[in-house]
Design a protein around this ligand. Structure first.
Ligand code: SF4
Length: 354
């Protein structure tokens, strides 16, 4: 069976070339074809010798995830259902902003964390995605916008990557690390680390390592106390708030670029949206540089929650902002195509593990 090259690090690619009797220095040209030009057909790699191309064709494949469906929202948000070689599927979203745009990618098929407010979390975790499948989602998104070869920063539509789709990235850490190093490589897709954000539900033991990688951090916080968080996020029983906050402090201490941390906070009526809750958040984030993102909750069939009223959300936001903590209410994007936060799901298309 032919081996897939997308997802190998540059050093691994060099080793592969040695295996087929080629000189390792040829890896750089091949790397640029794959990640800078987005080429998947070895025959079209015109700067490589015919002999080399033949060997590549005989031994390897280059596969971007297949786009099964593509929907574009009235606000320009685009959602794809992407399929991998074994038939597993994830949803991937592009969120345009005025001067940039972020591709939201997944790291697992389904999710084992079971956050109670999250539609995605109702789909069992089938498996981790490989590094190639993680990178491949950005590649297919670029295919959809024809954004090859890699453009300079100012001209890119797909300028940022947020690892916030299906799954808990820090439970697929080795593949995530590999994928981030490929996305960041200057000879390939060249997405700078400050334009990559990894979001975690709170696997505290791995958070400081994200500082060493240099990417930005978002925490799905959603509650000011263990009592509330335990009820809506089972991960909190393993990594309670004190541990999570300690890990955030360590991240910021180790982070060379002093990135601020985004605290995601979904607004759930009567659960976490009182001013007492807002008040309890203040000591929690003391000495941390944070920005809150207040997310209107999007109800889904069978969920036990409702979204807080506009008035409550504005009061909550103002309470924090009056105390010099940024807390904008996030504008919902792509709600009409079920692409908003926590709405991603592909269970009906995937075989779930029994
Ligand atoms: S919020 Fe994130 S970690 Fe929690 S269930 Fe949803 S996808 Fe999983």
């Amino acid at each position: 069976m032919k081996k897939e090259l997308i997802g190998l690090t540059f050093d691994e690619l060099k080793d592969e070339l040695v295996q087929i009797g080629e000189k390792p220095f040829r890896a750089k040209q091949l790397w640029q074809w794959i990640y800078n030009k987005g080429e998947t057909d070895f025959d079209k790699m015109s700067s490589l010798s015919k002999d080399f191309r033949t060997k590549l064709k005989e031994n390897y494949t280059l596969t971007h995830p297949k786009i099964v469906t593509e929907q574009t929202s009235v606000d320009g948000t685009r959602k794809w259902l992407m399929e991998f070689q074994d038939g597993a599927r994830v949803e991937c979203v592009y969120i345009p902003e005025t001067d940039r745009g972020a591709v939201c990618i997944s790291t697992q098929v389904g999710c084992a964390q079971g956050c109670k407010f999250c539609h995605t979390g109702t789909q069992k975790c089938q498996r981790n995605l490989t590094a190639g499948e993680i990178v491949g989602q950005v590649m297919s998104a670029r295919d959809s916008y024809g954004e090859w070869p890699t453009k300079t920063d100012e001209n890119r539509l797909l300028s940022n990557v947020v690892v916030m789709g299906m799954g808990e990235p820090l439970y697929n850490f080795e593949n995530l690390k590999k994928a981030l190093s490929i996305l960041n490589d200057g000879d390939g897709m060249a997405i700078s680390k400050r334009k990559i954000t990894v979001s975690t539900s709170g696997r505290a033991d791995k958070i400081p390592e994200l500082a060493d990688i240099g990417v930005k951090l978002a925490i799905s916080l959603h509650a000011p106390t263990d009592e509330i968080r335990n009820k809506i996020m089972p991960v909190n029983r393993k990594f309670p708030l004190a541990e999570l906050v300690k890990a955030c402090r360590e991240y910021q201490k180790r982070c060379e670029h002093r990135h601020y941390i985004t605290m995601e906070y979904v607004m759930l009526k009567g659960i976490n949206d009182s001013l007492e809750c807002a008040e309890k958040l203040i000591p929690l984030v003391k000495n941390l540089e944070v920005k809150f993102n207040l997310i209107p909750f999007h109800p889904w069939e069978g969920c036990p929650f409702e979204c807080s009223s506009n008035n409550t959300m504005h009061k909550f936001s103002k309470f924090l902002e009056d105390r010099f903590i940024a807390a904008p209410i996030r504008r919902s994007r792509g709600e009409d195509i079920m692409a908003a936060c926590g709405q991603l799901k592909s269970a009906n298309k995937n075989k779930e593990k029994k």
